[in-house]
Unconditional design. Structure first.
Length: 314
């Protein structure tokens, strides 16, 4: 029996357009990045029956396409943009157009075959959207507060009013996130387990539930690599470079960083771990990253065993 041909698709996303390429075929086409265009794309992909569809994160412009492809049962993955750029350079692809980028993505899919992520439920997508918007508002608040220090007196009232509006919006989002978690018995239980850990607050817990559904389902190495807190060796010959972390899910890593800052003060396990690393001569940044990884591993075990912090500390 003849083996079915595997088909790999790359989609380059922009605000207005989706450029699609099929690996090893002279097939490229463009669809609108809107309801009609994405609907047509989904129907075409169903007929094509691809092995894998690859996209890059593009500031949120990819969200609708990914959601519709996923809900149609198609194998779609959003990959780290840096990995794709490195792959393009390694294969000698220096030119850059939307069509060429789509071809690179399709080639990347065929060569590396990144694993599929767990499909988000509608509730998880809603929670992720709320958390993303909250992060945007927090970033804007930081910018406006910094601007307030240097702005001319005539503009202070306007900026202060904007800061007040942003602060109110943030409070509304915090309540909506909390209410959403309470509506689901499963989320409510998991939220209680996560927040039982000293240093883990409502937003860290919500971020783990909404943006890291794999928590509790992977081993310690896999979950650390997924979030981007697993150190990577930089050795060559006799040279031993510093191990660094990069990649992973930046939104999850940012809240984990804030949780680790609190945990190194108030969580007895993380506090002792941090102080031991400092005494060993580790840089504070390195020690804090290690605390992030340890905290993540603890949360991963707690989600797997469905046990609160009291059991972990006992």
């Amino acid at each position: 029996m003849k083996k079915a041909l595997e088909i790999f698709v790359g989609i380059d996303v922009s605000k207005a357009w989706l450029d699609i390429a099929v690996h090893k075929r002279n097939e490229t086409f463009r669809a609108g990045n809107n309801d009609v265009g994405i609907s047509n794309l989904v129907e075409h992909m169903k007929k094509l029956e691809p092995t894998l569809i690859i996209l890059e994160p593009t500031g949120g412009f990819e969200i609708l396409a990914v959601a519709e492809l996923s809900h149609a049962g198609l194998p779609v993955v959003v990959v780290n943009a840096k990995r794709v750029r490195d792959f393009a350079r390694a294969t000698g692809r220096l030119a850059k157009t939307d069509k060429l980028d789509a071809k690179v993505l399709a080639h990347f899919a065929a060569a590396l075959r990144p694993p599929l992520r767990t499909l988000q439920t509608e509730e998880e997508e809603h929670l992720t959207a709320l958390l993303t918007r909250r992060r945007q508002i927090v970033d804007m608040l930081t910018v406006e507060k910094n601007r307030l220090v240097t702005v001319r007196a005539q503009m202070r009232l306007d900026i202060e009013a904007h800061i007040q509006w942003l602060s109110t919006s943030k409070s509304v989002l915090d309540k909506e996130i909390g209410d959403l978690l309470k509506t689901s018995p499963v989320w409510k239980e998991k939220d209680g387990i996560l927040q039982s850990v000293p240093g883990v607050g409502p937003i860290t817990s919500a971020t783990m539930l909404g943006m890291l559904p794999e928590l509790g389902k992977l081993n310690r190495q896999q979950i650390a690599a997924l979030v981007g807190v697993a150190p990577v060796n930089k050795d060559s010959g006799r040279k031993q470079g510093k191990r660094r972390v990069y990649g992973g899910r930046a939104d999850v890593r940012s809240v984990l960083y804030m949780a680790a800052l609190a945990a190194k003060k108030y969580n007895p396990v993380i506090k002792i771990f941090y102080e031991r690393l400092i005494k060993q001569g580790k840089e504070k940044k390195v020690a804090l990253t290690a605390c992030m990884r340890k905290l993540l591993v603890i949360l991963n075990v707690m989600m797997r065993t469905n046990e609160p912090w009291r059991s972990q500390a006992a």
